[in-house]
Design a protein around this ligand. Sequence first.
Ligand code: PLP
Length: 221
Amino acid sequence: MTEYRKVYDEVRSVSGGKAVLVSVSKFHPYEAVLEAYAEGARIFGENRVQEIEAKFPLPENRPEGMEVYLIGQLQRNKVRKVVPLVSRIESVDSMPLIEKIEQEASRIDKRIDVLLEYNSSGEEQKSGFISADELCDAALFIIRSCPHIRLRGVMTIGPLGYDREKNMAAFNATRDVFQRISSLSDDIDVLSRGMSADWKEAIEAGSNEVRIGTAIFGERK
Ligand SMILES: *Cc1c(COP(=O)(O)O)cnc(C)c1O
């Protein structure tokens, strides 16, 4: 048993049924993924390409409806490997990476969903676009020039610690950049923020996708 059902019910109730739950299974074995799947989970988040490769069967051999999203930083030399394995990359943080994803998706004739990662807290150890303008330029580039990429929205990680003001500032900045890009395409409808420690606040501030690991699967070893 995982805590998937409990977390799912809470997410539904806090969001009025509007937020999507990504079950973050990194560091947990495939058996735990299958338990959560049996409890109703369908979307699994992983942050390393090698772990996805080692843990999950190929997409055609996965249980019906199971999807894997990459939520961790992606190096260009891993793009070829990961594009066939996931339905969405949530951590797209540079123009060279976008160009590489387009090239590899085109090579296998796949259209892949992406979120652009925004470094909304400005913290140095975080990845993501620091500049909202650059993120918007990247969004325009995808829409105009990348037929194998479907831009779905923005992903961000909240600031470290529990400072309410910092949290709100980061969230407002994310919502601004999301609103700027959402006028570019009808496909853009995902604002992904919120993890085990801060997902309620994130939903209250407007997030419609939360990525939760620890509260579902327990501590990572
Ligand atoms: C690990 C991770 C999560 C989940 O974190 P928990 O605190 O375990 O819920 C969410 N998003 C990203 C990008 C992560 O790397």
